[in-house]
Design a protein around this ligand. Structure first.
Ligand SMILES: NC(=O)c1ccc[n+]([C@@H]2O[C@H](COP(=O)([O-])OP(=O)(O)OC[C@H]3O[C@@H](n4cnc5c(N)ncnc54)[C@H](OP(=O)(O)O)[C@@H]3O)[C@@H](O)[C@H]2O)c1
Length: 243
């Protein structure tokens, strides 16, 4: 069976995505900055699903390592899922450009760096799928998180263009826009229960959307409607709001 490459495999969403792809017979490359904490996860997935699971060190912000990382994969993956992300504190970013730059590099530049390499290969082979986990925060800039939001907006736009480019090569590109998800990224935030998804539900939604050949996924689905309303609020009103 083919390999799926999961980038940012220590993320709570990524762990559930790994389980669901393995359950459906896919072999896995799980890649993250420091894989020690996911060796048990890898063993557990191997035993439960009887698939190959390979762990590799990978830092999405170390662009110079990306080509050799990809060249080193014995079997090239059928699919790649970029889950790595960094939600910075907005106020900290306003006063610390290093934080701002890391937000942009993890959420956008790093994803572009590795996906440019993989997309060229998939385009040549006329086969494969690419999934990018962006965010509803990229749909409209808000004062509470526009540094993070703008990096996700850039990523969503990149994925849209990539989808357009790879359509003729029959390579699927899926943009995932989660709303609130209960993970370590949002631990400590007071999230509204009705609008908050669990990582296993997000993973299930991602798998189903990818298998159906979808382009854009809002998860929970209610976020599609919420963002439609938010995107249509006129700017002269929106700029005065605190949401
Ligand atoms: N949770 C939400 O409400 C929510 C909403 C919308 C979108 N998202 C997006 O969903 C994705 C997954 O997030 P999550 O909620 O599962 O949070 P999470 O558990 O905190 O996962 C984020 C992951 O990104 C990894 N990462 C950060 N910098 C990296 C780097 N330089 N290289 C490689 N990996 C790096 C982190 O690795 P370390 O463990 O090594 O730090 C962490 O495992 C992110 O892209 C996030 O922006 C989340």
């Amino acid at each position: 069976m083919s390999y799926v490459l999961i980038i940012g495999a220590k993320s709570d969403i990524a762990k559930e995505v790994a389980r669901i792809y393995a359950k459906n017979g896919y072999n896995l490359y799980l890649v993250a900055r420091d894989c020690d904490s996911i060796t048990d996860l890898a063993k557990d997935i191997k035993i439960r699903s009887n698939v190959n699971v390979k762990l590799c060190e990978f830092d999405i912000a170390k662009f110079e390592t990306h080509q050799s990382f990809y060249n080193g994969l014995e079997e090239k993956p059928l699919g790649v899922i970029v889950v790595a992300g960094y939600m910075s504190e907005q106020k900290e970013c306003e006063n610390n450009f290093e934080k701002t730059l890391n937000t942009i590099n993890v959420n956008y530049t790093g994803a572009v760096s590795i996906l440019n390499i993989i997309a060229n290969d998939m385009e040549k082979n006329k086969n494969g799928f690419i999934i990018g986990v962006s965010s509803v925060a990229g749909d409209r800039g808000r004062k509470a998180n526009y540094i993070y939001g703008s990096s996700k907006a850039a990523f969503s736009t990149y994925l849209s263009g990539l989808r357009n480019r790879l359509f003729e090569s029959k390579v699927q590109v899926l943009t995932v826009k989660p709303g609130f998800v209960a993970t370590k990224m949002t631990a400590g935030l007071d999230l509204p229960a009705k609008l908050t998804a669990q990582p296993e539900n997000v993973a299930e939604d991602i798998f189903v959307a990818q298998q159906k050949g979808k382009d854009i996924l809002y998860t929970k689905s209610i976020w599609g409607l919420v963002m439609l309303v938010i995107k249509h609020i006129p700017e002269f009103i929106f700029k005065k709001m605190s949401i």
